[in-house]
Design a protein around this ligand. Structure first.
Ligand code: ADP
Ligand code: MG
Length: 606
């Protein structure tokens, strides 16, 4: 008896579905691609429960006949190619003829379609890959396809779906990409019966502003480069749209969204020294070229493409972006000046003549004198008013820690430090201090980050920090993705002392910040926390840890901040009172130890 058998079509469809359909967002992607290929100018996406319960896409495209409706759900059934040559010359988004068959294998599917001018349409129903019925339906222009209860017949995969909120975010991002690639198509997105997006046909910059936030409109630079057979068009963001997180980079090749590391590099590298590490510019660009020059059949969900002339395209894109950045490059050679909001600057003292707007951001009560900064940042007041630990107390504590950390690169007895031992600041970046066995060099930013991290974690798990009311609420407009992340972590931010109120669409009013946090850059801190939260950590990192790490990194003093002796003393004392004074939450070292022995060796004393 032979052990090899040909699998049934039902089973092969399920296997194939694994490649095409991973989550509700992939359903939506395939269905909207079909609508666009059918020439639709208006598309409605209706989802429920993040798409887990329902994904339905309706369009006003060319529709399908009864026979086509029946064929469309067969595997490798497509109207888009018919010969091998066609495969090299693809002008549609779909061509593999797999999507509908895959979707039908893993969900309960209903499709209704009407040909233009026909006096009746048809509805087809398939459950878990098995045909149920086809029957006449009232005519309505175009096609509506719904997929319910994704993976209802594969419980193991259904378990891998995330919360409705997370799945919704993925769907939103898919729709956002289509909306960016087709500004002349009307899009509507409905989640749990509520309209969450409605976009009328409009010029691309307007669409970008609607999808992200209104500030985008005034911070875009146009890109147009090339000629008919190879061109790139669209918009890139100036430095006001630079983020600390990836996710706002959109490249379309012949109207298809792709992720291409090489071209991303070409575009980002054109910014050159305008960006520093971990900064990501906004771009929304479309590359248009002869379909023969690009292979789109290299990836199951068609997210990647392969160019025949890789190098040429790389240089072409880089040049295009450089050209449109020229204005910025010429006028502002040094970006430190251009983006003051990215660097902490102490709030100006209130004086008559200060513009009202500035006063609202830095009300007199908020001004923290430089002497007090560290103490106040380092020891947020607890709600139960526990006094911050005194430095003498913490000194003995850190010696105890040192003993516990004797396995580390610092031997326990080597960091014996006397309270009040002298400290020096080096290049506004490092703190030097004498210890019994030599000297330590402390990175001021990561040291403060470690302190804030542990304190934030403590406040998230136990006592909340006290909020400090702002005199005037600060209004912050967010992108839809950031807004939904904010809602997700809001309870944690509240424990830290932030108070926010919803203030219109995707907009919040920040009413209070953690007591002790420096004022004046609430907006930047919140935005950076959202970026950081999404980038930081692995699957095992808890939300609390992520929020604590994000807050700590963003609220900590920066390299470049000058500190008074008292501030440095407080910082060092608090550092040694932490659980792990040697490594910041990402594992970067905080302290470097230079022993007397090492010095003696170098000076050839021994
Ligand atoms: P592909 O898009 O790769 O051809 P699909 O399985 O996604 O494969 O779709 C199969 C066929 O069904 C398409 O080629 C198209 O002819 C038809 N079709 C699917 N969705 C629509 C739609 N919304 N409007 C009109 N025709 C559609
Ligand atoms: Mg398709």
């Amino acid at each position: 008896m032979s052990k090899i058998r040909i699998l049934s079509e039902q089973l092969t469809n399920k296997i194939a579905a694994g490649e095409v359909v991973q989550r509700p967002a992939s359903l939506v992607k395939e269905l909207v691609e079909n609508s666009l290929d059918a020439g639709a100018t208006a598309i409605t996406i209706n989802i429920r429960n993040g798409g887990k319960t329902l994904c339905e896409v309706s369009d006003n495209g060319e529709g399908m006949s009864r026979d086509d409706l029946l064929l469309a759900f067969e595997r490798y059934a497509t109207s888009k190619i018919s010969t091998v040559e066609d495969l090299l010359n693809i002008r549609t988004l779909g061509f593999r003829g797999e999507a509908l068959a895959s979707i039908a294998a893993v969900a309960v599917v209903e499709a209704t379609s009407t040909l233009p001018g026909a006096d009746s349409g048809h509805t087809l129903r398939i459950e878990g890959g098995s045909f149920r019925y086809i029957q006449p339906a009232a005519p309505q222009p175009g096609t509506t396809i719904s997929a319910r209860n994704l993976f209802y017949n594969i419980p193991a995969r259904r378990k891998f779906l995330k919360s409705a909120e997370v799945e919704y975010r993925h769907v939103f991002e898919v729709v956002q990409k289509f909306a960016l690639s087709r500004p002349l198509v009307q899009f509507q997105l409905i989640h749990n019966e509520q309209e969450v997006m409605r976009l009328e046909p409009q010029p691309l910059p307007e669409r970008i502003a609607e999808l992200f936030s209104s500030e985008y409109a005034t911070n875009l630079l146009a890109v147009t480069h090339g000629s008919a057979d190879l061109q790139i068009r669209g918009y890139i963001g100036n430095l006001n749209l630079v983020r600390a997180r990836r996710g706002e980079q959109f490249l379309f090749v012949n109207q298809r969204f792709v992720t291409d590391r090489l071209l991303n590099h070409a575009i980002v590298s054109a910014y050159g020294s305008l960006l520093s590490r971990n900064e990501y510019p906004f771009y929304c660009l479309e590359l248009e070229l002869d379909p023969l020059a690009v292979d789109v059949n290299v990836h199951p969900t068609k997210m990647e493409v392969k160019f025949r002339e890789q190098e040429q395209i790389y240089q072409f894109c880089q040049e295009a972006v450089k050209n449109s950045l020229q204005g910025i490059l010429a006028v502002i050679p040094d970006l430190g000046i251009f983006r003051p909001e990215y660097y902490y600057t102490p709030p100006p003292p209130p004086a008559s003549g200060v513009p009202v707007e500035q006063l609202t951001l830095t009300p007199p009560a908020a001004i923290i004198t430089p002497e007090k900064r560290i103490r106040r940042i380092a020891s947020p007041q607890k709600t139960d008013d526990v006094a911050p630990s005194e430095s003498t107390e913490s000194t003995s504590k850190w010696q105890e820690r040192a003993r516990r950390f004797s396995g580390q690169n610092l031997p326990a007895d080597s960091i014996e430090r006397h309270p009040g031992a002298q400290v020096f600041q080096l290049h506004n970046k490092y703190i030097l201090s004498q210890i019994k066995s030599g000297l330590v060099v402390i990175d001021q930013h990561v040291a403060h980050e470690r302190i804030l991290y542990e304190e934030a974690l403590e406040s998230l798990q136990h006592t909340s920090w006290r909020a400090q009311q702002l005199l005037f609420p600060v209004i912050l407009e967010l992108t839809p993705t950031d807004f939904s992340v904010l809602l997700e972590i809001l309870p944690f931010l509240e424990k830290l002392g932030f108070r926010m109120k919803e203030f219109g669409k995707q907009t919040v009013a920040i009413e209070a910040v953690p007591a002790g946090m420096r004022w004046g850059n609430e907006k930047t801190i919140i935005k950076e926390i959202l970026d950081y939260y999404q980038e930081y950590g692995t699957k095992d990192t808890s939300r609390q840890e992520k929020v604590a790490a994000a807050y700590a990194c963003k609220a900590a003093i920066k390299s470049g901040d000058s500190l008074t002796t008292e501030e440095m003393q407080t910082l060092v004392d608090h550092l040694f009172a932490t659980q792990n004074p040697y490594h910041c939450p990402h594992g970067r070292p905080i302290i470097v130890n230079l022993s007397l022995k090492e010095l003696d060796k170098r000076f050839e004393r021994i």
